[in-house]
Write a protein that binds this ligand. Structure first.
Ligand SMILES: Cc1cc2nc3c(=O)[nH]c(=O)nc-3n(C[C@H](O)[C@H](O)[C@H](O)COP(=O)(O)OP(=O)(O)OC[C@H]3O[C@@H](n4cnc5c(N)ncnc54)[C@H](O)[C@@H]3O)c2cc1C
Length: 291
């Protein structure tokens, strides 16, 4: 196995153009598992660990540009005020060691239906920045996940960053697993309130072939909040609204039975998570807090 270790982004994208089959490696917390278990035996590894551009995050107006290699630990330590949903999701990932090595870009690269960053990124309307020698493009997160472990990046492209709006309202993330740490989600749910545009956005994890939004649930809750003048009045949400929202989130899932849980259990748990996340976020909104 050959190992390429470019020192900057220009060299990294040039290497990917010259070797489209090269497997990128950042924190290695997914790649090394695959190599150790002999699930993958690539001829070429492209180590991005020395590319400084991928490790930075920056603020451009109301949007954060999060370099692909930024770790979960740094999101928690440095960005929980502006990206509260992603920080909540990051706190549930693996163990301290995994959170130190594992990156948001690596989670996107793996494109697992169970990736914990994904529901938060869907709810926040993130965009994934892809770079190649042909140029830079941004793919809305809604269009990024194409199938189980498949994403919209081309063979010559690298994930270089994620663009996420700084939160303008409360965000929530919740995950069901067999224990509290070091566990792949049985199912998960992310939710963000966007008071400026009077929108609620959602993200479902580990309950469909790809992470996905619950579109009909969003349409329902957005109309109910608008019709009831609730963004303005900040009144308590009716039980019937929470129940119908949860029902529609459940209906948006397409879970399977597997070793982690049954499809029925996932549906049931997802409804509970959806209801709680909306309730928690709305309680924060009523008290005027973001996060
Ligand atoms: C013990 C353990 C516990 C874990 N717990 C969780 C958990 O709770 N939640 C969770 O979501 N995940 C978990 N994971 C999985 C993993 O830690 C995450 O997916 C992490 O975000 C991967 O980031 P990384 O930088 O280590 O990626 P890597 O392993 O380096 O790469 C992951 C994938 O992305 C590709 N890739 C890497 N960089 C790029 C790039 N710049 N452009 C294009 N493709 C790229 C790689 O080729 C590979 O396919 C766990 C893993 C382990 C070993």
């Amino acid at each position: 196995m050959e190992f390429l270790a470019p020192a900057d982004l220009g060299d990294a994208v040039a290497a990917k153009a010259a070797h489209p089959d090269a497997v990128p490696i950042m924190g290695g917390t997914d790649v090394m598992v695959e190599l150790n278990f002999d699930r993958r035996r690539p001829e070429l590894l492209l180590d991005l660990g020395r590319v400084p551009e991928l490790r930075e995050w920056d603020r451009d107006g109301d949007r954060i540009r999060l370099g692909a290699a930024v770790s979960y630990s740094r999101v928690i330590a440095e960005l929980s005020g502006v990206l509260p949903g992603l920080a909540m999701a990051s706190r549930t990932v693996g163990s301290p060691q995994i959170r130190n090595r594992g990156s948001i870009g690596g989670n996107l690269g793996a494109a697992s239906p169970a990736g914990d960053a994904h529901p938060a990124l869907l709810a926040a309307a993130a965009e994934v920045e892809l770079t190649s020698v042909r140029g830079v493009r941004r793919v809305p997160i809604d269009d990024f996940f194409l199938g189980v472990k498949r994403h919209a990046g081309a063979p010559d492209e690298l994930i270089t960053a994620v663009w996420i709006g700084a939160a303008t309202g409360p965000q929530q993330f919740s995950k069901v697993g067999t224990r509290n740490a070091m566990v792949i989600a049985v199912c998960s749910f992310g939710l963000a309130l966007h008071p400026g545009s009077a929108q609620v956005r959602t993200g479902i994890g580990s309950a469909a072939p790809t992470p996905r939004r619950a579109a009909a649930a969003e349409t329902f809750v957005n109309a109910a909040l608008q019709d009831g003048n609730l963004w303005h009045s900040r009144d308590v949400l009716a039980e019937s609204l929470l129940t119908e929202f949860a029902r529609r989130v459940t209906a948006a899932a397409a879970p399977i039975d597997d070793v982690r849980g049954t499809a029925d259990y996932r549906r049931r748990a997802l409804g509970v998570l959806a209801r709680r996340c909306l309730q928690w976020a709305w309680t924060d909104y009523r008290s005027g807090s973001v996060g």
